[in-house]
Design a protein around this ligand. Structure first.
Ligand SMILES: *Cc1c(COP(=O)(O)O)cnc(C)c1O
Length: 425
């Protein structure tokens, strides 16, 4: 099936007389006739459901749809994108291990790695996504367990060279994990470029309507854990907390990683997505293939308008020929990257603050990547404690406006920006 069809049909095929829409199985538990039947489930000898913290049919249907869209072998939903990032890395890296991450990643991921996971004893090296081969090579250590990057980074819009980092990771016997939130599988399928595992904040384009926070992890099934027995003991040696199961032996290359993350990490940590939220997510996914091209078209038109406006000093959007990542974006995302743009207004922090006051269509929100056009001036909101110098040091200039183009008529978005820019002239 093509992506547009998978958005509608993957994950759930109703049988004769069954509900057309996926059912919401709003139940914590599942009933069995005999203890033996349930025992087999606990031993992971039989497939089925016993407790929603581990698995729920609604969640599994939606995970299967995302799995199909990414071209993966197995997938699971999580309560948020943050939980997906954490579980994806923690599933293969624990105390005493080391991880390489791109420095151009979502701020939440950066804090998770640099502060919270460091407290758990995991070491991180952040590399510039455009570093030299020597610098990348020098980042690997004997205890490196994975490499992490973001297809198109929120909010810097740096496009990651997936193929190059996948080759480097594989040369060192470790997988590449890609946060594919901004591109979605409609614009980029990281597994086709060598990535091994994909994570999502489904809160963004997948949900698409500001309704439900959620996350997803997808395994490609391409990484051969058994070829690196010593590096990944959690997958290749018996799990004493799970009746001595060896995940890579019992569930094979395509199933081991997600089964371990479910049976062990979900069991112990519990960041599940509620079935009700999974239902909302599924509604968003049904129109994802229709919405993404519209987000990209609108953003392209708006970026070109801004680039030609005398009150705009710079525009960052990978679809502009002037952008540093134009060629790389064409390679990885030939049909468009995402709907998010950043730009600077003439007059710095004061002018940017004034500009925000005049917007009528674009709504002020910390959110991005949904149907509504939304806008943020970090220097006067999320980053207001910082001085101009401090802002510049963390890559957020005082004049920076982040604009997430929704799927409204682009003329209305442009008219709105135009009148707000005119008012600060
Ligand atoms: C928002 C976001 C996250 C975190 O997801 P939540 O659902 O908010 O927990 C992770 N990665 C990227 C790229 C994001 O934009």
């Amino acid at each position: 099936m093509k992506q547009e069809t998978k958005c509608i049909q993957s994950g759930y095929q109703p049988k004769n007389g069954e509900s057309r829409m996926i059912p919401i199985i709003q139940s914590t538990t599942f009933k069995y006739d005999t203890s033996e039947d349930m025992g087999k489930l606990f031993d992971l000898q039989a497939e089925g459901y016993f407790y929603t913290r581990l698995q729920n049919p609604t969640n599994d249907m939606v995970a299967a749809k995302i799995c199909d869209l990414e071209g993966g072998s197995a997938a699971m939903l999580t309560s948020s994108g943050q939980a997906a990032t954490f579980l994806a890395v923690f599933n293969i890296a624990t105390a005493g291990d080391h991880v390489i991450a791109s420095s151009a990643i979502y701020g939440g991921s950066f804090n998770l790695f640099n502060v919270t996971m460091r407290k758990m004893g995991i070491d991180f090296t952040f590399v510039e996504p455009d570093c030299s081969d020597e610098e990348l090579e020098a980042a690997f250590k004997p205890n490196t367990k994975c490499v992490f990057g973001e297809t198109i980074a929120n909010p810097s819009l740096v496009v990651f060279d997936i193929e190059r980092f996948a080759k480097a990771a594989h040369a060192h016997g470790v997988p590449l994990i890609i946060d594919n939130t901004f591109a979605t599988p409609i614009n980029c399928r990281p597994f086709e470029w060598g990535a091994d595992i994909v994570t999502h904040s489904t809160t963004k384009y997948m949900d698409g309507h500001d309704v439900a926070v959620g996350g997803c992890i997808v395994d490609s099934g391409h990484f051969d854990w058994m070829a690196h027995v010593d590096k990944f003991p959690g997958l290749t040696t018996p799990d004493e907390s799970y009746h001595g199961i060896t995940y890579a032996e019992q569930f094979g290359q395509g199933g081991a990683y997600i089964t371990k993350a479910t049976a062990q990490l979900m069991r112990d940590l519990g960041p599940i997505q509620s079935p009700q939220n999974a239902f909302y997510l599924n509604m968003g996914l049904e129109s994802l293939a229709v919405r993404m091209p519209r987000h990209c078209q609108n953003a392209q038109t708006v970026a070109e308008f801004l680039e030609n406006h005398p009150m705009v000093t710079w525009v960052n959007y990978p679809g502009l020929k002037s952008n540093k990542y134009y060629e790389r974006a064409k390679k990885y995302m030939p049909n468009g990257s995402c709907g998010v743009i950043s730009f600077g207004v003439k007059g710095g922090r004061k002018a940017a603050e004034e500009f925000m006051k005049h917007l009528k269509v674009a709504m002020i929100a910390t959110h991005v990547a949904d149907a509504h056009t939304c806008v943020l001036h970090p220097a006067s909101s999320t980053h207001r404690q910082l001085s101009d110098e401090e802002l510049i040091a963390c890559g957020v200039t005082p004049d920076l406006i982040r604009l997430s183009c929704g799927i409204e008529n682009v003329d209305d978005i442009i008219d709105d920006l135009n009148q707000a820019l005119a008012s600060i002239q």
